[in-house]
Design a protein around this ligand. Structure first.
Ligand code: C5P
Length: 396
């Protein structure tokens, strides 16, 4: 429920992507937003007002003279009582009208009368998007402070391929969540590790840790929403890259260390969430070890470098945050790790509370003491942790 309490006006214009606006509305409502929908007559050719009414639980407006508005001022009421106006899909015609300050239907009048920010998600044929008139209109909208979401590049309903597809509803929701997040880490560079590492035994086998990567990915996303430039050095996980985050895929601890050390000095904040394997195999077989080769193979292990401790030891290095996943005696082990690795903030959790799932329970250990966070989703905890880091680094 990241959008709980947020009031949003969703405008829908005429285009085949209008059917996706229904899914966008559903996702916004699911996140707790209160959404009022206004659509153009063109949009009503693609999706009915009933669909949006059912999904929002609110009356839907098309006509600016709609008699259901007691004061006959739908454009004022709908655009003034909200925190944000989104138009998705935004047709070329709509962009042109708003860029020129026209107010000839309910949606364009709302766009002109609004006191809140406006985000538009354009959707049109690629030639229309590339047309100099559209380029001019988009430049003017951006100069006026209107936020542009997309468009995406890909297959179009007309069969052509190019720029002009509406962003997927999930991506628009992501942008809306980012919009409502205070920019606590604006202009900061955040480097993170996430997921497990995989240490090869032979060509097909290896040693690894159980780690879904979810906590690290949630933190990367939260840091991005807070305005940071985020680089995520990730071990092998099955998760999509958060929007706007630079992701570097690695496999072993040594690869992770190389990727991190190449970027650590230029970062402001380093958050080590990865479950790095403590040991790697010294005698890695280049081929697949055969069971019938005789005898049980002996693995010779060597210790992996401690990536976090290495970054924490850098002179003028980034503010370092470590994680400790423990099965018992959380405080004792977490405090010991904080001291050993010399990091100002260590985040402890019990593996039985968070492993693999979407929820977790975190305890923060820093110079000021111990701060337990109430159990919550990894998304919520990530946001709280980013706020705590911003506070400790003096930017909030
Ligand atoms: O594995 P351990 O409990 O020591 O991990 C504590 C912290 O140190 C975590 O933040 C982890 O990402 C980091 N770490 C590391 N390199 C290692 C081992 C752990 O960066 N080789």
């Amino acid at each position: 429920m990241e959008l709980k309490g947020k009031r949003i006006a969703l405008g829908v214009t005429g285009g085949i992507a209008a059917y996706k606006a229904a899914e966008l509305l559903r996702l916004l409502v699911k996140q707790g937003a209160e959404v009022r929908v206004a659509m153009t007559e063109g949009a009503a050719h693609f999706v009915t007002a009933t669909t949006f009414q059912a999904l929002s639980g609110q009356p839907v407006f098309i006509d600016q003279w709609d008699a259901r508005m007691p004061n006959a001022m739908a454009h004022i009421d709908l655009s003034r009582q909200v925190d944000l106006m989104i138009v998705a899909p935004a047709s070329a015609d709509f962009l042109a009208r708003v860029a020129n300050g026209l107010a000839d239907n309910l949606l364009t009048t709302m766009a002109l009368a609004r006191a809140c920010p406006l985000l538009v998600a354009p959707a049109m044929n690629r030639q229309m998007w590339e047309n100099p008139a559209t380029r001019r209109n988009v430049a003017r909208l951006q100069a006026d402070g209107i936020g542009l979401l997309g468009p995406a590049v890909g297959e179009q309903a007309c069969g052509e391929v190019g720029a002009g597809r509406m962003l997927e509803p999930e991506d628009i929701v992501e942008a809306v969540q980012a919009f409502f997040t205070p920019r606590l880490l604006a202009a900061k560079k955040v480097l993170l590790t996430a997921g497990p590492t995989f240490e090869a035994i032979d060509a097909v086998r290896g040693i690894t840790n159980l780690s879904s990567g979810r906590m690290g990915y949630a933190l990367a996303r939260a840091a991005r929403h807070a305005g940071a430039a985020v680089t995520l050095v990730s071990g092998p996980v099955a998760l999509p890259t958060p929007a706007g985050v630079e992701r570097i895929n690695v496999r072993s601890a040594l690869e992770m260390q190389t990727a991190v050390m190449a970027r650590a000095a230029a970062s402001d904040i380093f958050i080590a969430v990865a479950a790095v394997a403590d040991y790697r195999v010294a005698n890695v077989a280049g081929h697949k070890l055969k069971k019938d080769a005789g005898g049980i193979p002996a693995l010779e292990l060597v210790e992996n470098p401690d990536i976090l401790a290495g970054v924490a030891a850098l002179e003028n290095g980034p503010f370092c945050v470590g994680f400790a996943a423990e099965s018992h005696d959380l405080e004792k082990h977490a405090q010991a790790k904080r001291q050993k690795k010399k990091v100002p903030l260590l985040v402890g959790n019990l593996i039985q509370d968070g492993f693999g799932g979407d929820e977790n329970r975190l305890v923060l250990f820093d110079d000021h003491g111990i701060h337990p966070l109430p159990p919550a989703s990894k998304t919520t905890l990530a946001r709280q942790l980013i706020e705590h880091i911003a506070h400790l680094t003096g930017v909030a």
